[in-house]
Design a protein around this ligand. Structure first.
Ligand SMILES: *Cc1c(COP(=O)(O)O)cnc(C)c1O
Length: 376
């Protein structure tokens, strides 16, 4: 393929696949509401377009990290129910109320600030309560559940939802899943009748016990692998092609890139790509003589990275493509039918989430399809 945009590279985002993924997860979680986690610019796919497509597919509940992200979803989907995972920023209650954002409250200080605003305005503004059941990140401590309950009982306030987050859901047999499930049960017992939510993508796939009233998938919507050691059932959403800038030849014994870390062991044809770590290509995919690196695909054939990945440039070996050389402007596939986000991530020693959320490079973003595909 030849690339045409002024940025050279092209990121393609398949909104139809995004919608299909939401619907597939919604089938698995039948009986529970299926929310959509769209934090971090919808895992790099674009929060406005992704939220619209997810809404068209049927999603009504959205999770973001920051109030700014909440405002982006509000603008894209005026009727969305939006939870802000970072909770209540001090002094920001009026903004949340104006934008109709629900803070996911995770500390007594946040709770008191929210309740004070409710009392001041004489209205029970909705929120969710987040309890930590063993990941030691955000959340009320387990021991606070009784105090939280007493505090809201006095005021006659009730949250929309109580939630927690799993530490090891990507490993379905990890004993911590059962432990957290049991601890979450003890939290729920303090809030009878209040809807509950525990599962991320992996929790959703782990089993019905984890679904409760709402599931909160993120990465699986975007085609990422949620559960380790299993075939990923989701449709890929992102495709990335980056431009070949120049094709050159290197002789045996010459070195490629910063630090001269790869010495050619044969006369080679090289393609210089307009793509580097500033565009989200992890430097850990650099290829040295000691340790082979990552690869991209040109004309469907694997082309290994040679030498250090630089900020703006990556050199790949195209010797195996044969005499009909690709030329400047032709695209190299970074994510696509030949290699997925998670395969690149595995090679780089990271996770698909990190590569998706690093999709902020110098390439154009193109959307294909929408959320309105018929069920199929
Ligand atoms: C990010 C996040 C999710 C979504 O997780 P995935 O693994 O991407 O499905 C769900 N819940 C909380 C609290 C999160 O922070």
């Amino acid at each position: 393929m030849t690339l045409t945009s002024g940025l050279g590279g092209q990121l393609s985002i398949d909104l139809g696949a995004l919608a299909r993924n939401w619907r597939a997860l919604d089938k698995v979680s039948a009986g529970a509401l299926t929310a959509a986690v769209v934090k971090a610019d919808a895992y790099g796919t674009g929060i406005e377009m992704a939220s619209k497509a997810l809404h068209a597919a049927g999603a009504r509940f959205f999770f973001v990290a920051t109030p700014d992200e909440g405002m982006a979803v509000r603008a894209a989907v005026p009727e969305a129910h939006i939870f802000v995972l970072y909770g209540l920023y001090p002094g920001a209650a009026n903004l949340y109320i104006r934008q109709n954002l629900m803070p996911v409250l995770s500390s007594m200080a946040m709770l008191e600030e929210w309740l004070a605003k409710c009392v001041e305005r004489n209205e029970a503004y909705p929120s969710a309560f987040h309890f930590d059941t063993g990941i030691n990140r955000l959340g009320f401590r387990l021991g606070e559940a009784g105090a939280v309950r007493e505090r809201i009982e006095k005021l006659g306030y009730a949250p929309q939802m109580v939630m927690s987050h799993l530490a090891c859901a990507d490993q379905p047999n990890h004993e911590k899943n059962r432990t957290q499930l049991a601890l979450f049960g003890s939290v729920m017992a303090q809030f009878p009748g209040i809807p509950a939510s525990l599962a991320n993508s992996a929790g959703l796939m782990t089993g019905r016990d984890y679904h409760f009233q709402m599931v909160r998938p993120g990465v699986a919507l975007y085609g990422g692998r949620a559960v380790n050691g299993r075939k990923n059932p989701m449709s890929p959403v992102v495709t990335l092609h980056v431009p070949i800038l120049q094709v050159t030849e290197g002789r045996t014994g010459e070195a490629v890139g910063y630090g001269a870390s790869h010495t050619l062991n044969r006369n080679s044809r090289l393609a210089v790509l307009g793509y580097g770590y500033a565009d989200g290509f992890p430097r850990s995919l650099s290829g040295t003589n000691a340790r082979p690196g990552g690869k991209v695909f040109i004309r469907g054939k694997p082309c290994p990275v040679l030498g250090k990945i630089s900020m703006d440039l990556t050199v790949v070996d195209i010797t195996e493509l044969g005499p009909d050389l690709p030329g400047p402007g032709e695209g190299a596939e970074v994510f696509g039918p030949n290699i997925g986000v998670d395969e690149q991530a595995d090679a780089a020693g990271t996770i698909g989430y990190e590569l998706l959320t690093a999709l902020k490079g110098r390439y154009s973003r193109n959307y294909v399809g929408d959320g309105n595909l018929p069920d199929g």
